[in-house]
Design a protein around this ligand. Structure first.
Ligand code: GDP
Ligand code: MG
Length: 439
């Protein structure tokens, strides 16, 4: 999902990162690209307009344009605003203090209500709850049977009164749940191909009788802009408490579905990612955006790096990396900085393509002390130009630091590898970045 959007935004980000300084025109151009990418992904135009305005307002500020890594700042802002657009943090299911918690699933025909009712029951059961599924779709042929089959599969009982009036079924299911120790009641309702008065009337009646703690709209991520209209209508009639996005596993542009949150203000609580009973995920806006932006752990890394490196040091280091003048003194300094960020290997693991390569550059605390001793046993010349350290010098350094010639050899190898790594890292935002002009 979101492949097209992902690809486009990543291309834009790459161009942003490639610039040392950003002008307002650069930001505008990048925002134009982001806008087009979102519209092509079928995100609602009003939502896009809003989002771009918010990003722009923050991104053309002095602070960003004059920052050390302006491209990175802009990317961070895009990331933050997209997460906000999708609802910020995840929304948990409301749990009633007085059981049973009643969850009503609504939506158009084929959206995935029945499937997701069962998936949700399955998830809750695994969390130790005792859910009851209720068959209130009496219209579609075999709808009851479908729910019963799924219920059997996940070993969750299904309450059904056949073709009885759905309002009555819903009401009686609560009594049944009370008597049989079910703490959660999930009501599967009927859908229609299109919104109609009769359907809405029935849903309002069921709502009035069961007074649900959650009314979740199931929205098929494959439907285009209509998803937004559907959500608006259901929300105005029923006051939804949340949304389940179904079929996110499919080949979908998905933008319409993610617009639903912005347009209705209803949080997306779950995402359906397949037909199987375990194909249900709690919806995490931040993870979804990371996935779309393809940032993965790099974002976490940027944050860690920002916390650990003080600006002046970072700037000096950048300069050295750029000129590839890294000395052993810098190397020592560098290890110290990285140690502040956590273990060196855990930091390196977060950098795509680098972790693997540097398996043998593992420097733990004990080793660090030895590294420090070895470097302190070197002459200034040796520290600045480690290439001059041949066998006899290695022997002297080993003696001076109480280590072995092999240790000294290993250190020099690590230093060479780090130098190579620095070159690679200099392509990453916040880790040196590309050569800066001016300033
Ligand atoms: P309802 O009419 O709203 O109750 O929709 P159903 O639950 O009967 O689902 C309609 C069809 O969509 C069924 O064939 C489901 O297997 C399929 N479906 C539901 N959710 C998902 C999903 O997350 N991913 C995929 N690939 N298919 C789904
Ligand atoms: Mg159904």
């Amino acid at each position: 999902m979101f492949e097209g959007l992902s690809e486009k935004l990543q291309a834009t980000f790459k161009r942003l990162k490639g610039k040392g300084k950003l002008t307002e025109a650069d930001v505008n151009e990048a925002m134009r690209e982001v806008r087009v990418a979102l519209l092509e992904a079928d995100v609602n135009f009003k939502v896009v307009k809003d989002l771009i305005a918010k990003i722009k307002e923050r991104a053309v500020g002095q602070e960003v344009l004059e920052s050390l890594t302006p491209g990175q700042h802009v990317i961070k802002i895009v990331n933050e605003e997209m997460v906000a657009m999708m609802g910020g943090s995840e929304s948990k299911l409301a749990i009633s203090s007085k059981p049973p918690t009643v969850v009503m699933l609504v939506g158009l025909q084929g959206a995935g209500k029945t499937t997701h009712g069962a998936k949700l029951a399955n998830m809750l059961k695994k969390q130790g709850k005792h859910p009851l599924l209720v068959a209130c779709d009496i219209y579609r042929p075999a709808a009851i049977k479908q729910l019963q089959v799924l219920g059997e599969q996940i070993k969750v009982p299904v309450f059904s009164l056949g073709q009885e009036n759905p309002v009555k079924i819903a009401g009686e299911s609560l009594d049944y749940a009370g008597k049989n120790g079910h703490d959660t009641v999930i009501i599967d309702t009927a859908g229609r191909l299109h919104i109609n008065e009769e359907l809405m009337g029935e849903l309002e009646d069921i709502k009035a009788v069961v007074q649900p703690h959650e009314i979740l709209l199931v929205v098929d991520a494959m439907t285009g802009q209509d998803a937004v209209n559907v959500a608006e209508t259901f929300n105005s009639k029923l006051a939804l408490s949340g949304v389940i996005l179904s079929k996110l596993d499919g080949d979908t542009r998905g933008g319409a579905a993610i617009s639903v949150r912005s347009v209705t203000g209803c949080p997306i609580k779950y995402a359906g990612v397949g037909e199987k009973m375990d194909a249900l995920e709690v919806f995490y806006p931040d993870r979804m955006v990371s996935r779309i932006l393809g940032m993965g752990d790099v974002l976490t890394l940027i944050e860690k790096a920002q916390n650990a490196f003080d600006d002046k040091k970072a700037k000096e280091l950048e300069e050295k990396i750029r000129k590839q003048e890294l000395t052993l003194d810098d190397f020592l300094d560098q290890i110290n900085q990285l140690r502040k960020m956590g273990s060196l290997s855990s930091v390196l693991e977060m950098i795509p393509g680098i972790g693997k390569q540097l398996k043998d550059v593992q420097i733990d605390d004990k080793e660090f002390a030895r590294v420090e001793a070895m470097i302190q046993s070197m002459t200034v010349e040796e520290r600045t130009r480690p290439a001059v350290i041949k066998d006899s010098r290695k022997k002297r350094i080993a003696r001076g630091s109480g280590t072995s010639v092999q240790d000294v050899g290993k250190l020099i190898k690590q230093y060479e590898q780090t130098k190579k790594m620095m070159k690679q890292m200099s392509g990453l935002p916040g880790m040196g970045g590309p050569p800066k002009s001016g300033k």
